[in-house]
Design a protein around this ligand. Structure first.
Ligand code: SAM
Ligand code: SF4
Length: 331
């Protein structure tokens, strides 16, 4: 029986956070001091992660995304990629990374069986990049993007969180990147996630801002099929461009009705929705595949019809949302 929830949504996608640690501290994801880190014994071992993947694959999970924190800071990550790629039933293996370590790892990841990467990049200005990430060097990510293109980890997608007063004046520069290279730039709305984050009210901008900026710059956006298949983005391209532009509106036009995702947090809790606090630990049932599969179905049964980030972010709490930043839940 495939994984179908109470609202008829089929689930074939598992996002796995392999660590809560990171080599950056992005303003929308972590507080000034970073986040309190889990200890090594708190986080799932690779062997434990593989048990969840194998149990899920038998239930119809075919797509896996490795994320974090920053997945490339966890020791032995290339080995995990190789092991997940060889689990029967897994046909698409992707990673979300800040790209800093991609120059070092892109070739090995490709060889191990990684199909594609999403690289997070919010600004093309070195000083601004240092500010948003609190310590990052832009050139390292740009080199990471080149490494991903060279290794054909495609489609190479860029994740760009749109922030009023921070990168809103760079929208056209990002759009132009798609003209020159086969890059798929996806603008994402700022989400009010985590208790440290006070930036949402000041910096949230709806993605209609991107459409307007494109119009004003004379760069018409025509709808195109999504690169790499299904997903939450609306996809467009500029005539003659080698890449595409994606708009991901978790707030202004949420896509909960098409949600096909489950999430495994770094410490081993299974979540059906990024936003709400509900989650169940997998550790107690890891050695019993039937019980683990029953737990996966159970988590899905409790999946809410939608998140309420917009209501909570603007008006205060409807019911408590996730009080952890994305680095802990896995973005
Ligand atoms: N460290 C990796 C990276 O940055 O790509 C993977 C983990 S990160 C948590 C995954 C994605 O979540 C990134 O693209 C990041 O921009 C996004 N993200 C984190 N906090 C966010 C927020 N408050 N609103 C929107 N996107 C957010
Ligand atoms: Fe690290 Fe990614 Fe969070 Fe930035 S968004 S602090 S790179 S986990």
């Amino acid at each position: 029986m495939p994984l179908i929830d109470m609202y008829g949504r089929k689930h074939d996608y598992l996002r796995i956070s392999v660590t809560d640690r990171c080599n950056l501290r992005c303003v929308y994801c972590m507080g000034d001091e970073g986040v309190e880190q889990l200890t090594h014994s708190d986080i799932l071992s690779y062997e434990e992660i593989l048990k969840v993947v194998a149990a899920g694959a038998e239930l119809g999970i075919s797509k896996i995304r490795i994320t974090g924190g920053e997945p490339l800071v966890r020791k032995g990550i290339v080995g995990l990629v190789g092991q997940i790629a060889s689990v029967p039933g897994i046909s698409d293996l992707a990673m979300t990374t800040n790209g800093i370590l991609l120059p070092r790892y892109a070739a090995e990841l490709k060889k191990a069986g990684l199909n594609r990467v999403n690289i997070s990049l919010d600004t093309l200005k070195p000083d601004q990049y240092r500010g948003v990430t609190r310590c990052g060097e832009l050139q390292q990510v740009l080199d990471g993007i080149e490494a991903a293109l060279q290794q054909d980890l495609k489609p190479v997608k860029l994740n760009t969180v749109l922030m009023k007063g921070i990168n809103d004046q760079e929208v056209v520069d990002f759009l132009r990147m798609t003209l020159e290279k086969p890059l798929h730039v996806r603008f994402i709305e700022y989400m009010p996630i985590g208790d440290h984050d006070r930036g949402y009210p000041d910096h949230y901008l709806p993605l209609s801002f991107v459409e307007e900026a494109a119009r004003q710059a004379g760069l018409p956006l025509s709808p195109v099929p999504l690169p790499g298949g299904a997903g939450p983005a609306e996809s467009f391209s500029i005539p003659g461009a080698r890449g595409t532009v994606g708009l991901i509106h978790p707030i202004s036009k949420h896509f909960c009705d098409k949600c096909n995702r489950l999430r495994l947090t770094a410490e081993g809790n299974l979540k059906a929705c990024l936003y709400w606090q509900d989650e169940k630990p997998v550790r107690p049932v890891l050695n019993d595949k039937k019980a683990l599969q029953a737990l996966i179905r159970d988590v899905l049964t409790g999946k809410p019809v939608e998140h309420q980030m917009a209501a909570n972010g603007i008006c205060g709490s409807v019911k408590p949302g996730a009080m952890r930043g994305m680095s802990k839940t896995g973005g």
